[in-house]
Design a protein around this ligand. Sequence first.
Ligand code: MSP
Length: 535
Amino acid sequence: MKKNFYITTPIYYPSAHPHLGHAYCTTLTDIIARNKRMRGADVFFLTGLDEHGEKIQKNAEAKGVSPQEFVDEVAVTFKELWNKLRISNNDFIRTTEKRHLSTVQDIFSKFVKDEDVYLSAYKGWYCVHEESYWTETQLGPDHTCPECGRPVEEKKEEAYFFSCKKYLDDLLKLYEENPKIIVPVGRKTEMINNFIKPGLNDLCITRTSFSWGVPIKEKEGHVIYVWLDALTNYISALGYGKKDHSLFDKFWGEDSEIVHIIGADITRFHTIYWPMFLKALNLREPDEVFVHGLLMMKDGKMSKSKGNVVYVEPLIERYGVDAVRYFLGREIVFGQDGEFTPEGFVERINGDLANDFGNLLNRTLGMIGKYFDGVIPSRNEADFTDLDRDLLEKGRVAARSYEVLFDDLKVTESLAKAMELADEANKYIQERAPWALAKDESKKNELANVMNILASILFEVGMLLSPALVEKSEGLFDQLGLDKEDRTYEKAVSLSSLEGTKTQKGEPLFPRLDVVKETEAIKEMMAGPKEKAAA
Ligand code: MSP
């Protein structure tokens, strides 16, 4: 693991109130950022908004406000949601900010100077919704957008183009040399087959038919077409090209690990054009572009335009932020598409958090209370049995696999690994049967060992889950009676003895949900008037 770690989400279109799909990407990125921080990396986590473009301009017109007013209003709802979800981003970039705007202009000027761009006319099939031009061969049936299925329109206008041909060889070399440039690897095959093999067209990077964008200095009437504007956020936020570029040097430098987390819908822009822009700027590429799947509903991708969105606020209000965060991290395998269903949500919370995790906590603290007046007893290795040694060893192995999985961005599997350890500990309770040991005075030492080991394992499980369970992990550490300064990753995974600590059994952290009632409640949230639910 490198010391410096730079991680980003896509910058979202503030075209409407954010939904669970946006929350999915940001939460997963947050879980990774928190994991790396907890393990000692110096992390910079960036998210933000992509505020220009024709769609935003049209939405603002429809609402009778200026585009700036429009995005200012929606920006607040994104920021509020990230607060509620306890997102730990270090910065929030908006592409209408001056710090970003001037960087985009400077980059475009450099491209002009270096002859990376040229003026021409663009004729093509344009999808207003996706803000993408498509070639004839890429279109869906009846001239529809291959991405969203809406009809496309034929357009021609004066435009600047970025010369992709110039950088194609570099791109292919990058694909060969860095297997992580597109993860999962299947997405790379998609890029090669769908976009590169058919012949990569140069990319249109200015537009003249709308005005809501970064104006270029070189020619009146042209604004930067969204993708050059949007992608630049990853370096403008760090101060690239600015007087104070210390953050840029630190987090875009060679000894930083750079990871972009994106949804499958924007892979092309991040894995074809972005590396090319960076090459043209003589900058290093990211280490990894991780493509997560989409959150689907029974009727397809969750999106505002499909009218099937689930808002996050009512879920947080009813079940707490950790239930939502854990569900998103654990239920949908990171990198694959997944479906949101009310049943799936309730089952996941009950099965993992109320049963496995909650039971372990309640039983352990209950027994420490009953047999040792709530004080964690000492451990005596001379009286260890194979089962004791075995569980401690499983705890050590779990931490190592968890780290490897996390560094591979296998977030779902890492959380599952932590939960497996909770399962093992529950099994251990059954096998060691402390209630029986307690009846036998000669087994007092063994009973103490069992309780001591369980407390250490519980501490570890809480720590491994803490990037997802940001509040409840603290609740667990409170109940275990740990001092604030002792709540470190190193201490937790060392599984050292917590003897003498006074535990404080409290309320169950995750009360069991009534399946029928809660399934209905979530259905109600999904069916209710959307704007009301989001308010
Ligand atoms: N503004 C561009 C991205 C520019 S990045 C330099 C954009 N914005 S978006 O708001 O439409 O979508 C951004 C991301 O939101 C997607 O890539 C994806 O990560 C996330 N999601 C939006 N809807 C989603 C689902 N239904 N499911 C999962 N993620 C979703 O594209």
